[in-house]
Design a binder for this molecule. Sequence first.
Ligand SMILES: Nc1nc2c(c(=O)[nH]1)N[C@H]1C(S)=C(S)[C@@H](COP(=O)(O)OP(=O)(O)OC[C@H]3O[C@@H](n4cnc5c(N)ncnc54)[C@H](O)[C@@H]3O)O[C@H]1N2
Ligand code: MOO
Length: 395
Amino acid sequence: MISVEDALDALFSLVTPLPKEVVALTDADGRVLVEPVTAKRDQPPFAASAMDGYAVASCAPGETLEVIGESAAGHRFDGQVGPGQAVRIFTGAPVPGGATRVIIQEDTERDGDRIRISSDPETATHIRPAGADFRAGFQLDAPRRLWPEDIALLAALNADRVSVSRRPRVALISTGDELVMPGEAPASDQIVASNIFGLSALFTRAGAECRVLPIARDSVTALREVIGLVDDANLVVTIGGASVGDHDLVAKVAGELGLERSFYKVAMRPGKPLMAGRLGGAMMIGLPGNPVSAMVCGHVFVCPVLNAMQGLPAEPTPLSAAPLSKPVGPNGPREHYMRARWKDAGLEIEDRQDSSLLTVLSGSDALVVRPPNDGPRAAGELVSYLPLRRIPSLG
Ligand SMILES: Nc1nc2c(c(=O)[nH]1)N[C@H]1C(S)=C(S)[C@@H](COP(=O)(O)OP(=O)(O)OC[C@H]3O[C@@H](n4cnc5c(N)ncnc54)[C@H](O)[C@@H]3O)O[C@H]1N2
Ligand code: MOO
């Protein structure tokens, strides 16, 4: 058995980065930008008003000024504003020459073409200088995964098309006589295949294009046939059949088909019977069948591999630190990824850690990572964790 760290290194050494492609900005969310994008002009391109009000050269509390024109967003006022004068202005409009500040309209009283400044106007200038957001030459660096906020920035940079990594093509294969697809009627000794759907959702979020192949039944012929359906995948992920039972055929069949095995078995919990190698032109990762094991390995191994394929740095999924809200006993010899949820400003490790419990995983906020042979930990002690849910605004 090798450590999680060594397994990740071995996986990264099997990765071939994918070529780039150009996509419309509307298709770029979640993709990995591989070429930097540079601003060709300042934003805002002119000094702009931050408020609705009046642009003035100067004014004193209680003074009366003459309104000589209007500057609206998209319609600048071309003249100059001088002492004793004001230009009606709206949020986002260019500030006219000569103006030093914008008086918000709440601090004025309008009477025909004159305004009277209140006795106590706000002192802020309410002017956004040209280039306050970015200057011509500003660069959005690559490689980076594009989030909605980056898409907004790219649009502001006037990029309608961007260079991103091609999506890794992932073929997902479930194995087992006991499995039926969701929606089908299971026999009394069958269950519904769940892993591929969770994994496919996870990998799609990691930028992959997933193809779910038919379930491979527990026979050499069936498994060979389904593996034969993999055509242009960059990564083949099998689920189940990885352990030592009589019906666990993945290692045997993949070996017969020419798998150059990199490693088998990792000192972690859950996820011990993980296998990886190169099969023809693709990388192969054999995940354990237990649903929680498969998902945990998806987070710990497959997502970093997909990131590296897309040109991101070959790095483990970053961990954070938080206090425990309840004590936990000592850990065994394998690195343990324990399901936990936020409680009382800390992480509470779930009592039930069996790797078949999807209800526990689905209700968890984090995987607390316990190093091999870690001692007991008291409430309040800091532990490392891998966050499972990252965007609170999405629920
Ligand atoms: N004698 C030993 N037995 C086991 C060991 C061991 O070291 N020695 N390791 C255990 C561990 S740890 C795990 S994890 C499992 C992994 O087994 P496999 O990868 O061979 O998986 P299966 O036996 O095919 O299935 C395990 C479990 O998961 C269910 N399953 C499988 N595929 C799916 C799917 N797509 N969706 C939902 N559920 C699935 C399957 O029905 C089984 O219940 O081995 C232990 N045994
Ligand atoms: O270690 Mo196995 O991956 O369930 O629980």
